[in-house]
Design a protein around this ligand. Structure first.
Ligand code: PLP
Length: 249
């Protein structure tokens, strides 16, 4: 008996639903769905899911742990050679992981410190690569982060432009825009409206730094209303993740 996996069909159905949400949200803001890049956040899910989504036309994948991302990037290069896809690193990043991440990531969404930017740029330049860097902003709304908030990362809003200038001056990096998570329990519309203003400041540093990475499964409509160019979606596409504390956003 041949056992046919339902998983590709399930992913196809989830993808269709997600694309419809993105399209509707874009249209409601007078935008085109095609102008919004879906980053499929594949953390905790196997490379076989990524191959299935590649077959369905998804080309951008996000991971938040270097170890898993590096393994999956190698596995996909092996299983789907020559397929063009882009890897997005979306998690908190330690400087000592910069060299590994710079070897496979096309975009790093979580650049929130000068020392990290420098380490990534140095590693990318040495590898003969150029990595798109998004300045991650902390939108928790306070200047003093309470315990635990820092774990989600991001530079304070007042420091965004200064960090963007440093990123723009770093060999091996291209300043590409901004990224943020909506505050837990907060109003995503207020947060993403604030992010849109900060994004304007970053475009003042480099006119082509137009990316706004905002919106996840629960709040992508609000993000698109406020100009998101990249939505990072895990659960709505892959289903629920097993609870693992270091994968909790
Ligand atoms: C996991 C994760 C996502 C996706 O979250 P979902 O709610 O599952 O869509 C997006 N961004 C970051 C930074 C993440 O870690």
């Amino acid at each position: 008996m041949v056992v046919v996996s339902d998983r590709p069909r399930q992913l196809a159905a989830n993808l269709a639903g997600l694309r419809a949400r993105i399209e509707a949200a874009a249209r409601a803001s007078g935008r085109a769905g095609a102008d919004i890049t879906l980053v499929a956040v594949s953390k905790t899910f196997p490379a076989s899911d990524i191959v299935a989504l590649l077959d369905l036309g998804v080309s951008d994948f996000g991971e938040n742990r270097d170890k898993d991302a590096a393994a999956k990037a190698a596995e996909i290069a092996d299983r789907a050679p020559g397929r063009s896809l882009r890897w997005h690193f979306v998690g908190q990043l330690q400087r000592k992981k910069a060299r590994s991440v710079a070897s496979y990531a096309d975009v790093v969404h979580s650049v929130d410190r000068v020392d990290l930017a420098e380490a990534l740029g140095r590693a990318a330049a040495r590898a003969g690569r150029c990595v798109d860097a998004l300045v991650q902003v902390n939108l928790e709304g306070r200047d003093d982060f309470a315990a635990g908030e820092e774990a989600r990362g991001g530079v304070r809003p007042n420091d965004v432009v200064a960090l963007a200038e440093r990123v723009a001056d770093t060999d091996g990096l291209r300043l590409a825009g901004v990224m943020a998570l909506a505050p837990l329990g907060g109003d995503p519309d207020a947060a993403f409206a604030r992010l849109a203003v900060l994004a304007e400041g970053v475009r003042g540093v480099a006119a082509d730094a137009v990316a706004i990475s905002a919106g996840m499964s629960a709040d992508l409509e609000a993000a698109i209303r406020h100009g998101a160019t990249h939505v990072r979606v895990g659960t709505a596409l892959f289903g629920g993740r097993a609870l693992m504390s270091d994968h909790v956003r």
